[in-house]
Design a protein. Structure first.
Length: 340
Protein backbone atom coordinates (compact mmCIF):
# COMPACT_ATOMS: atom_id res chain seq x y z
CA UNK A 1 0.00 0.00 0.00
CA UNK A 2 1.39 3.38 -0.95
CA UNK A 3 0.25 6.91 -1.55
CA UNK A 4 0.56 8.12 -5.11
CA UNK A 5 3.23 10.47 -6.37
CA UNK A 6 2.04 12.52 -9.34
CA UNK A 7 4.75 13.29 -11.87
CA UNK A 8 3.65 15.62 -14.67
CA UNK A 9 5.60 16.44 -17.81
CA UNK A 10 5.35 19.98 -19.15
CA UNK A 11 7.48 21.32 -22.00
CA UNK A 12 10.41 18.99 -21.36
CA UNK A 13 10.46 19.45 -17.56
CA UNK A 14 9.16 17.18 -14.81
CA UNK A 15 6.94 18.65 -12.12
CA UNK A 16 6.89 16.62 -8.90
CA UNK A 17 3.93 17.31 -6.64
CA UNK A 18 3.15 14.85 -3.83
CA UNK A 19 6.25 13.16 -2.47
CA UNK A 20 5.14 10.50 0.03
CA UNK A 21 5.10 6.92 -1.22
CA UNK A 22 6.46 3.52 -0.56
CA UNK A 23 8.64 2.00 -3.25
CA UNK A 24 7.91 -1.38 -4.77
CA UNK A 25 10.39 -4.22 -4.43
CA UNK A 26 11.93 -5.20 -7.73
CA UNK A 27 13.77 -8.22 -6.33
CA UNK A 28 15.01 -9.60 -3.03
CA UNK A 29 18.79 -9.87 -3.08
CA UNK A 30 19.48 -11.99 0.02
CA UNK A 31 20.24 -15.13 -1.99
CA UNK A 32 21.24 -13.53 -5.29
CA UNK A 33 24.71 -14.13 -6.68
CA UNK A 34 26.74 -11.06 -7.61
CA UNK A 35 26.24 -11.88 -11.30
CA UNK A 36 22.44 -12.08 -10.95
CA UNK A 37 22.45 -8.87 -8.89
CA UNK A 38 24.20 -7.12 -11.79
CA UNK A 39 21.57 -8.44 -14.20
CA UNK A 40 18.76 -6.87 -12.14
CA UNK A 41 20.67 -3.59 -11.95
CA UNK A 42 20.48 -3.44 -15.74
CA UNK A 43 16.71 -2.97 -15.44
CA UNK A 44 17.08 0.71 -14.66
CA UNK A 45 19.05 3.60 -13.20
CA UNK A 46 20.36 3.20 -9.66
CA UNK A 47 21.71 5.72 -7.18
CA UNK A 48 25.36 4.98 -7.95
CA UNK A 49 24.67 5.66 -11.66
CA UNK A 50 23.50 9.23 -11.08
CA UNK A 51 26.90 10.85 -10.49
CA UNK A 52 28.23 9.39 -13.75
CA UNK A 53 25.16 10.49 -15.71
CA UNK A 54 25.50 13.99 -14.21
CA UNK A 55 29.21 14.12 -15.11
CA UNK A 56 30.42 14.54 -11.51
CA UNK A 57 31.96 11.11 -10.93
CA UNK A 58 35.73 10.71 -10.80
CA UNK A 59 35.53 7.04 -11.73
CA UNK A 60 32.68 6.48 -14.19
CA UNK A 61 31.21 8.25 -17.22
CA UNK A 62 27.84 8.10 -19.02
CA UNK A 63 29.44 5.65 -21.45
CA UNK A 64 30.35 3.40 -18.50
CA UNK A 65 26.73 3.34 -17.34
CA UNK A 66 25.42 2.77 -20.87
CA UNK A 67 27.71 -0.23 -21.45
CA UNK A 68 26.89 -1.65 -18.02
CA UNK A 69 23.16 -1.53 -18.74
CA UNK A 70 23.76 -3.40 -21.99
CA UNK A 71 26.04 -5.92 -20.29
CA UNK A 72 28.96 -4.85 -22.50
CA UNK A 73 31.17 -3.00 -20.01
CA UNK A 74 34.65 -4.37 -19.29
CA UNK A 75 34.68 -6.32 -16.07
CA UNK A 76 35.66 -4.21 -13.08
CA UNK A 77 38.20 -5.51 -10.59
CA UNK A 78 36.91 -5.51 -7.01
CA UNK A 79 39.37 -3.07 -5.45
CA UNK A 80 40.87 -3.40 -1.99
CA UNK A 81 39.13 -0.16 -0.96
CA UNK A 82 35.77 -1.55 -2.10
CA UNK A 83 36.40 -4.80 -0.25
CA UNK A 84 37.14 -3.02 3.02
CA UNK A 85 34.18 -0.73 2.51
CA UNK A 86 31.95 -3.81 2.36
CA UNK A 87 33.62 -5.44 5.37
CA UNK A 88 33.34 -2.28 7.49
CA UNK A 89 29.72 -1.49 6.60
CA UNK A 90 28.14 -3.51 9.47
CA UNK A 91 30.54 -1.96 12.00
CA UNK A 92 29.75 1.57 10.86
CA UNK A 93 26.02 0.79 10.97
CA UNK A 94 26.42 -0.46 14.56
CA UNK A 95 28.26 2.75 15.47
CA UNK A 96 25.43 4.86 14.02
CA UNK A 97 22.87 2.77 15.93
CA UNK A 98 24.78 3.25 19.19
CA UNK A 99 24.83 7.02 18.60
CA UNK A 100 21.03 7.01 18.08
CA UNK A 101 19.47 4.49 20.48
CA UNK A 102 16.10 6.22 20.03
CA UNK A 103 15.97 4.99 16.41
CA UNK A 104 15.66 1.52 14.96
CA UNK A 105 18.12 0.69 12.18
CA UNK A 106 16.91 -2.00 9.79
CA UNK A 107 18.46 -3.75 6.82
CA UNK A 108 16.37 -5.20 4.01
CA UNK A 109 18.34 -6.74 1.17
CA UNK A 110 16.26 -5.75 -1.82
CA UNK A 111 16.39 -3.56 -4.90
CA UNK A 112 13.59 -1.01 -4.72
CA UNK A 113 11.90 0.56 -7.73
CA UNK A 114 9.70 3.61 -8.05
CA UNK A 115 6.04 2.51 -8.44
CA UNK A 116 5.45 4.79 -11.44
CA UNK A 117 8.94 4.92 -13.01
CA UNK A 118 9.93 1.29 -12.52
CA UNK A 119 13.30 1.91 -14.17
CA UNK A 120 14.22 4.18 -11.22
CA UNK A 121 16.02 1.83 -8.81
CA UNK A 122 17.43 2.05 -5.30
CA UNK A 123 19.69 -0.29 -3.34
CA UNK A 124 19.67 1.16 0.18
CA UNK A 125 22.29 0.32 2.82
CA UNK A 126 19.95 0.66 5.79
CA UNK A 127 16.67 2.28 6.80
CA UNK A 128 16.10 4.43 9.88
CA UNK A 129 12.81 4.23 11.79
CA UNK A 130 12.11 7.28 13.93
CA UNK A 131 8.92 7.48 16.07
CA UNK A 132 8.51 11.19 15.26
CA UNK A 133 9.86 11.58 11.72
CA UNK A 134 8.95 8.21 10.27
CA UNK A 135 11.34 6.35 8.00
CA UNK A 136 14.66 7.72 6.77
CA UNK A 137 17.57 6.38 4.76
CA UNK A 138 21.03 5.54 6.09
CA UNK A 139 23.92 5.39 3.62
CA UNK A 140 27.25 4.08 4.89
CA UNK A 141 30.52 5.22 3.34
CA UNK A 142 34.25 4.80 3.86
CA UNK A 143 36.73 7.36 2.64
CA UNK A 144 40.50 7.53 2.35
CA UNK A 145 42.39 10.03 4.46
CA UNK A 146 43.39 11.67 1.17
CA UNK A 147 39.71 12.49 0.54
CA UNK A 148 39.06 13.90 4.00
CA UNK A 149 38.78 17.47 2.69
CA UNK A 150 35.73 16.43 0.67
CA UNK A 151 33.96 15.65 3.97
CA UNK A 152 35.35 18.53 6.05
CA UNK A 153 33.18 21.30 7.52
CA UNK A 154 29.96 19.36 7.08
CA UNK A 155 30.44 18.91 3.34
CA UNK A 156 29.23 15.84 1.46
CA UNK A 157 30.80 14.91 -1.89
CA UNK A 158 28.41 15.74 -4.73
CA UNK A 159 28.67 12.25 -6.18
CA UNK A 160 27.26 10.80 -2.94
CA UNK A 161 24.76 13.58 -2.31
CA UNK A 162 22.90 12.97 -5.58
CA UNK A 163 22.81 9.24 -4.77
CA UNK A 164 20.89 9.81 -1.54
CA UNK A 165 18.55 12.33 -3.18
CA UNK A 166 17.78 9.71 -5.85
CA UNK A 167 16.94 7.15 -3.16
CA UNK A 168 14.55 9.66 -1.61
CA UNK A 169 12.82 9.96 -4.98
CA UNK A 170 12.58 6.18 -5.39
CA UNK A 171 11.24 5.60 -1.87
CA UNK A 172 9.28 8.80 -1.30
CA UNK A 173 11.13 9.47 1.95
CA UNK A 174 12.29 12.96 2.86
CA UNK A 175 15.32 12.62 5.13
CA UNK A 176 18.40 10.53 5.65
CA UNK A 177 21.95 10.32 6.96
CA UNK A 178 25.43 9.49 5.84
CA UNK A 179 27.53 7.58 8.37
CA UNK A 180 31.13 7.87 7.15
CA UNK A 181 34.41 6.44 8.37
CA UNK A 182 37.35 8.54 7.14
CA UNK A 183 40.90 7.23 7.12
CA UNK A 184 39.86 4.18 9.12
CA UNK A 185 39.52 6.08 12.42
CA UNK A 186 37.43 9.24 11.99
CA UNK A 187 33.66 8.74 12.25
CA UNK A 188 31.34 11.45 10.91
CA UNK A 189 27.57 11.84 10.47
CA UNK A 190 25.78 14.06 7.96
CA UNK A 191 22.05 14.70 7.84
CA UNK A 192 20.43 15.21 4.43
CA UNK A 193 16.98 16.65 3.76
CA UNK A 194 15.02 15.96 0.59
CA UNK A 195 15.60 18.54 -2.17
CA UNK A 196 12.73 18.36 -4.65
CA UNK A 197 14.28 20.89 -7.03
CA UNK A 198 17.41 18.77 -7.34
CA UNK A 199 15.36 15.56 -7.58
CA UNK A 200 13.41 17.13 -10.43
CA UNK A 201 16.67 17.76 -12.31
CA UNK A 202 18.00 14.27 -11.57
CA UNK A 203 14.76 12.70 -12.80
CA UNK A 204 14.92 14.65 -16.06
CA UNK A 205 18.56 13.65 -16.68
CA UNK A 206 17.99 10.00 -15.75
CA UNK A 207 14.79 9.80 -17.82
CA UNK A 208 16.56 11.20 -20.89
CA UNK A 209 19.52 8.89 -20.42
CA UNK A 210 17.39 5.77 -19.97
CA UNK A 211 14.93 6.44 -22.79
CA UNK A 212 17.11 8.25 -25.33
CA UNK A 213 20.32 6.25 -24.91
CA UNK A 214 19.91 2.89 -23.17
CA UNK A 215 16.53 1.72 -24.46
CA UNK A 216 17.27 2.66 -28.07
CA UNK A 217 20.89 1.47 -28.06
CA UNK A 218 22.33 4.91 -28.73
CA UNK A 219 25.75 5.25 -27.05
CA UNK A 220 26.28 8.67 -25.39
CA UNK A 221 29.31 10.67 -26.52
CA UNK A 222 32.62 10.30 -24.71
CA UNK A 223 34.02 13.27 -22.81
CA UNK A 224 37.46 14.54 -21.89
CA UNK A 225 37.59 13.01 -18.42
CA UNK A 226 40.34 10.71 -17.20
CA UNK A 227 37.64 8.09 -16.62
CA UNK A 228 36.75 8.17 -20.35
CA UNK A 229 40.41 7.82 -21.31
CA UNK A 230 40.83 4.80 -19.04
CA UNK A 231 37.61 3.23 -20.33
CA UNK A 232 38.67 3.55 -23.98
CA UNK A 233 42.06 2.03 -23.16
CA UNK A 234 40.31 -0.91 -21.51
CA UNK A 235 37.77 -1.35 -24.30
CA UNK A 236 40.33 -1.20 -27.10
CA UNK A 237 43.72 -2.23 -25.67
CA UNK A 238 45.19 -3.32 -29.01
CA UNK A 239 44.80 -2.14 -32.59
CA UNK A 240 44.54 -4.46 -35.55
CA UNK A 241 47.70 -3.64 -37.43
CA UNK A 242 47.18 -2.09 -40.83
CA UNK A 243 43.41 -1.58 -40.56
CA UNK A 244 42.09 1.75 -41.84
CA UNK A 245 38.60 3.21 -41.62
CA UNK A 246 37.26 6.48 -43.07
CA UNK A 247 36.57 9.17 -40.46
CA UNK A 248 33.71 11.34 -41.66
CA UNK A 249 33.52 13.83 -38.78
CA UNK A 250 36.37 16.07 -39.92
CA UNK A 251 35.09 18.87 -37.63
CA UNK A 252 36.47 16.92 -34.65
CA UNK A 253 39.96 17.00 -36.15
CA UNK A 254 39.84 20.71 -37.01
CA UNK A 255 38.54 21.49 -33.51
CA UNK A 256 41.30 19.31 -32.05
CA UNK A 257 44.01 21.37 -33.76
CA UNK A 258 42.29 24.67 -32.88
CA UNK A 259 42.29 23.69 -29.21
CA UNK A 260 45.90 22.51 -29.41
CA UNK A 261 46.90 25.92 -30.77
CA UNK A 262 44.99 27.70 -28.01
CA UNK A 263 46.58 25.42 -25.41
CA UNK A 264 50.05 26.26 -26.72
CA UNK A 265 49.31 29.99 -26.40
CA UNK A 266 47.99 29.53 -22.86
CA UNK A 267 50.96 27.38 -21.82
CA UNK A 268 53.32 30.04 -23.16
CA UNK A 269 51.44 32.77 -21.24
CA UNK A 270 51.52 30.71 -18.03
CA UNK A 271 55.26 30.11 -18.40
CA UNK A 272 55.82 33.83 -19.00
CA UNK A 273 54.08 34.81 -15.75
CA UNK A 274 55.83 32.01 -13.90
CA UNK A 275 59.19 33.34 -15.07
CA UNK A 276 58.26 36.90 -14.06
CA UNK A 277 57.49 35.70 -10.53
CA UNK A 278 60.73 33.69 -10.44
CA UNK A 279 62.66 36.81 -11.41
CA UNK A 280 61.07 38.66 -8.46
CA UNK A 281 62.04 35.86 -6.07
CA UNK A 282 65.60 35.70 -7.33
CA UNK A 283 67.63 33.66 -4.82
CA UNK A 284 64.85 33.78 -2.21
CA UNK A 285 62.90 30.58 -1.58
CA UNK A 286 59.57 32.05 -0.42
CA UNK A 287 57.64 35.19 -1.31
CA UNK A 288 54.42 36.60 0.16
CA UNK A 289 51.85 38.46 -1.95
CA UNK A 290 48.70 39.24 0.03
CA UNK A 291 47.01 35.92 0.78
CA UNK A 292 49.38 34.01 -1.51
CA UNK A 293 52.56 32.23 -0.54
CA UNK A 294 54.91 31.67 -3.50
CA UNK A 295 57.68 29.05 -3.31
CA UNK A 296 60.65 28.36 -5.56
CA UNK A 297 62.16 25.59 -3.50
CA UNK A 298 65.35 23.55 -3.58
CA UNK A 299 64.55 19.97 -4.50
CA UNK A 300 66.54 16.87 -5.47
CA UNK A 301 65.56 13.67 -7.20
CA UNK A 302 67.45 10.39 -7.15
CA UNK A 303 67.23 8.13 -10.17
CA UNK A 304 69.12 5.49 -12.08
CA UNK A 305 71.50 6.58 -14.82
CA UNK A 306 70.23 4.04 -17.35
CA UNK A 307 72.82 5.00 -19.97
CA UNK A 308 75.75 4.37 -17.63
CA UNK A 309 74.14 1.19 -16.27
CA UNK A 310 73.77 -0.15 -19.80
CA UNK A 311 77.45 0.55 -20.54
CA UNK A 312 78.90 -0.87 -17.28
CA UNK A 313 76.47 -3.72 -16.57
CA UNK A 314 74.60 -4.63 -19.75
CA UNK A 315 73.36 -7.96 -18.33
CA UNK A 316 71.82 -6.28 -15.28
CA UNK A 317 70.32 -3.62 -17.52
CA UNK A 318 68.68 -6.26 -19.73
CA UNK A 319 67.41 -8.23 -16.74
CA UNK A 320 65.46 -5.29 -15.37
CA UNK A 321 64.04 -3.96 -18.62
CA UNK A 322 60.25 -3.81 -18.54
CA UNK A 323 58.07 -3.69 -21.64
CA UNK A 324 54.71 -1.94 -21.45
CA UNK A 325 52.07 -2.03 -24.16
CA UNK A 326 49.90 0.96 -25.04
CA UNK A 327 48.34 2.69 -28.00
CA UNK A 328 49.85 6.02 -29.11
CA UNK A 329 47.38 8.59 -30.44
CA UNK A 330 48.47 11.14 -33.06
CA UNK A 331 47.08 13.18 -35.93
CA UNK A 332 49.11 14.46 -38.86
CA UNK A 333 48.11 15.98 -42.15
CA UNK A 334 49.03 13.84 -45.12
CA UNK A 335 50.46 15.52 -48.23
CA UNK A 336 47.89 15.63 -51.03
CA UNK A 337 49.15 13.89 -54.16
CA UNK A 338 48.71 15.48 -57.58
CA UNK A 339 45.40 14.59 -59.14
CA UNK A 340 43.75 13.59 -55.86
Amino acid sequence: MHTLTLVLFFGGAFMITAVKLHADILVETENLSYEHWLVYRRNGIGGSDLSAICGISNWRTPVHVYLEKLGEAPEDQFSEAAEWGTRLEPLIADKFASEHPEWAITEKKVIYCHPEHRWALGNLDRMIICPNRGRGILEIKTASEYLRQEWDNGNIPDYYYVQLQWYMFVTGLDWGYFATLIGGNKYREYEVIRDDELINQLLRLAYDFWHHYVLVGNCPPVDGSEASTKLLNRLYPEAENGTIIPLEEIIHIETYFDNKRQLKVLESAITEFENRIKSLLGSHEIGIAGAYKVKWENRSRTGVDSKQLKELNPNVYQEYLKTTHFRQFSIKKEAVKNGE
